[in-house]
Write a protein that binds this ligand. Sequence first.
Ligand code: NAP
Length: 457
Amino acid sequence: MTKLRLAIVGAGPAGIYAADILLKAERKFDVSIDLFDHLPAPYGLVRYGVAPDHPRIKGIINALRDVLDRGDIRIFGNVRFGTDITLADLKKHYNAVIFATGAIKDAELDIPGIDAEGSFGAADFVSWYDGHPDFPREWPLDAASVAVLGNGNVALDVARVLAKHADDLLSTEIPANVYDGLKASPITDVHVFGRRGPAQVKFTPLELRELGELRDVDMVVYDEDFDYDEASKAAIASNKQVMVIDRVLQSWRQRPSVNNAGGEASRRLHLHFYARPVEVKTDAEGRTAAIVYERTRPDGSGGVEGTGELREIEVGQVYRAIGYFGSPLPDVPFDKRHGVIPNHEGQVLHKDSNERVPGVYATGWIKRGPVGLIGHTKSDAMETVRHLINDQGSWWTPEDPSEDAIVSLLAERQVAWTDLDGWHRLDEHEIALGAPTERARIKVVDRDEMVRVSRGE
Ligand code: NAP
């Protein structure tokens, strides 16, 4: 029977779903899959993107772990595509590759001052609080008042983690340095800015409602943002999600903290709508000092137009949460404008000619862009895998498809790769670190230590 030797690059949900779907699919050939990741641990954005106080979403890891624990997928962690293994290596040892490398960078926001000291990408902050090994251990939480730009779920995650008292995060898996950093934070006010109105937000009702439940944090909304136009009214009437969001916001309008008056909590989380960020102002030393925004108004069709009225709020830090962005991979086509690998339903295309690149596939956020919930990645993987199966005639013909070949190659290059047993060791080690304080786990953050524990060294 023909055998498909498949490499998947990226061991997040996109890569693991693709492997699982292929292994379960009806097909006329055997399959053997090697899953590579540049990190020593699997699960990608579930481990390093989902907020630590969202255990329900983190729970997706259990389903992903069940797939890996079946033992029919080999894992090679701590292996960097482009240096430790290249596309030429994959062509030598596999019939095809699926790239599932996701998107971890922040989209750019082209406004004056955005590169000032104290202005950050939200994705970087998320990587810090989720203990990503490639990010600095220290985060300068030194501002009393901060701005979060954007109205998606990442903006709410960042605003919530910033506003929450560190002790309310202690039961989660946050690393010790993150707890210490948040505990020392002098924050009192978090201002979230959406350039459109409450009926056009991208965040979801559950995540919004959660903000109202934070201990010792007042939600502040402003009456001027609720003078809805016809398009907003129609959206609220016709879309259940928008309706619930409106209901939650309206309930906060009944609280004493509306329009910034009368709340008693030591911290406040302000939601500003119809507020388009236009400049980050700096002090004489070049540090973030204020956010300037233009008041917008509905344009009648769900969009907004500027009113020309500029407003300013003093803030010591700015976090832009306006979307993630994919990163290019060596020797793989890349669409710089959209931050994705150009593809047709997961079949990778040459950038200029739009012709297919045989043997090369993409799935997840690097395929369709950084939108949608983790579950959406499954249907994405199905589409990619369907093409991979049907394309049998155009797979690569590898020189040495033996399973040992890649192991020898990595050993020859002195790559300290981690495998499934290694992940189990790290997993158990993290759980044991949490046990004395009755926490589910404490994450190991240092890459070398992750590798050492995984490899039992
Ligand atoms: P997102 O949902 O696409 O939201 C991006 C936000 O940034 C939008 O409000 C957008 O406004 C705004 N924006 C974009 N460009 C802007 C600009 N130039 N100026 C001002 N605002 C700008 O992206 P995300 O928050 O990064 O989330 C990515 C995906 O992950 C989403 O599907 C999200 O639901 C998911 N996620 C889910 C959870 C969860 O379930 N708890 C947590 C985190 C992330 P416009 O709408 O006006 O463009």
